[in-house]
Design a protein around this ligand. Structure first.
Ligand code: NAD
Length: 440
């Protein structure tokens, strides 16, 4: 696909155009740069056509909307909302919405691109998107949160839709928020449109198994990685950073497979017990006390210690940039399963590779969530719902196959799993672009 104006000087491979538009002031931790560093590397190895490289480096659409709402005290406040559609060549855009005071357009752009690659890695027919509203939900009442959600949805009415852009929960949004989006959208359309969002309550078109899907995917990917490394799953020791939806469910399912969960952490504390922490028990503690802090039967350790414990598997399932150049040299785990999005910086990647750590990259490791979101969308459109074993069995099939697909690219090209996942994803998206051609 040629897009250069001057054909005489037209570059012939992506490596000739990579880096020109990079902002030198962006740090290693900038999520868009972190994503693009991997994209650039994979594009170079694929000798991606420069025109396609330019197309895939830019999001298709970036929307900034004002979200005015009346506060409970009668005052009017205006929040800023974003929605970025990175690429829709393979199907409707898919991606979560986060409500957070730290949301930036750069972050939303990175997360949208990650969704493109993630959907392509597991080969489901979606493109990538992400959205966010800059707000601090801890300072908002439930009614204010509902007004923000509905006004943000109405601002994006022409973007959202089962055929065009399908939101899902992300940081600080949940089933309830998805129900409000679905309701607002349906009111405008004058009929119920369940397939406009995923991650809905099961009573109104959500899928069984969705809540556990990301953690289940982490368990499946870890099992496959250990198998590949010739290490037993039973008796393997794991440390889990983050004890929310992804971390706690992954820990629980791994424990059911005979893994010993020796350390877990959340925003309040990190705890360790060499004999194993009973996960269901710890989950019950969090349900009752909100945080892990104070959980009996385990010693408290420094949060940063958790990452460098003597374990077989490390599961970062909390925040971006947890594993950096600083702590990577001290990591002793043999396998890292990235439950969170972007937990490892590009600088850390290099160190981990040199140390021989097998990293299951986020766009593969945590793709169980979007895979079951895809199942939810399929079930809504067919208005025919599957039982939970069917959902889990199909998730198992897709994730096992995807792990082996990525592993095979890694072995063929002599690259790590992250670069292999990007190569597989970019190639799948690029193939569709080539077939579709460039319109007008
Ligand atoms: P969550 O809000 O349910 O849980 C997050 C957990 O991390 C909480 O236990 C919180 O206390 C903990 N945490 C926050 N900051 C921490 C810190 N500095 N150190 C240790 N723990 C900390 O969120 P989640 O849905 O489990 O998502 C976790 C990560 O997984 C995010 O990066 C998210 O984008 C990613 N992810 C989630 C899904 C999904 O389906 N939920 C899918 C794909 C990726």
């Amino acid at each position: 696909m040629a897009t250069t104006a001057n054909s005489e000087q037209a570059p012939t491979s992506a490596s000739q155009v990579i880096g020109r538009d990079k902002d030198p002031f962006l740090a290693e931790e900038n999520p868009f740069e972190a994503m693009m560093a991997r994209f650039d590397h994979a594009a170079q190895l694929l000798a991606l056509d420069p025109g396609l490289y330019r197309v895939l480096r830019q999001p298709e659409k970036q929307l900034i909307v004002s979200v005015p709402i009346q506060r409970d005290n009668g005052e009017i406040d205006v929040f800023t909302g974003y929605r970025v559609l990175h690429n829709t060549s393979r199907g409707p855009a898919k991606g979560g919405i986060r409500f957070d005071k730290h949301v930036t357009l750069d972050e939303v752009k990175a997360l949208a691109a990650w969704m493109t690659w993630k959907c392509a890695v597991v080969n489901i027919p979606f493109g990538g998107a992400k959205g966010g509203v800059v707000c601090d939900p801890s300072t908002l009442s439930i009614n204010e949160l509902e007004r923000i959600t509905r006004r943000y949805t109405s601002a994006l009415m022409d973007i959202f839709g089962p055929e065009s852009d399908i939101p899902a929960p992300d940081v600080n949004t949940n089933e309830r928020v998805m129900a409000w989006i679905m309701d607002t959208y349906s009111m405008h359309r004058r009929h119920s449109v369940t397939a406009v969002v995923t991650g809905k309550p099961v009573e109104m078109g959500g899928s069984l198994g969705r809540r556990e899907a990301t953690g289940r995917g982490c368990m499946i990917a870890t099992r496959e990685a250990l198998k590949h490394r010739g290490l037993p799953l039973k008796g393997a020791k794991v440390a889990v950073q983050g004890f929310g939806n992804v971390g706690s469910i992954a820990a629980l399912l791994m424990e059911q497979e005979g893994v010993k969960v020796v350390a877990v952490s959340d925003v309040s504390t990190a705890i360790y017990n060499g004999q194993g922490i009973p996960v269901a028990d710890a989950m019950q503690w969090v349900r009752e006390h909100r945080y892990l802090s104070g959980y009996p039967g385990a010693e408290t350790i420094r949060p940063e210690e958790l990452l460098t414990l003597d374990v077989d598997v490390l599961l970062p399932a909390a925040v971006e940039n947890a594993i950096t150049r600083k702590n990577a040299p001290h990591i002793t785990a043999k396998v890292i399963c990235e439950g969170a999005n972007g937990p490892t910086t590009p600088g850390a990647d290099k160190i981990l590779e040199e140390k021989g750590v097998f990293v299951i990259p986020d766009i593969l490791a945590n793709a169980g969530g979007v895979t079951v979101s895809y199942f939810e969308w399929v079930q809504d459109r067919a208005a025919y719902f599957w039982d939970e074993p069917t959902v889990n069995q199909r998730l198992e099939q897709i994730l096992t196959r995807s792990f082996l697909d990525v592993l095979s690219v890694a072995q063929r090209h002599g690259v790590n799993m992250r670069i292999a996942a990007y190569m597989l994803a970019i190639e799948r998206v690029a193939a569709v672009h080539r077939l579709r051609g460039l319109y007008a």
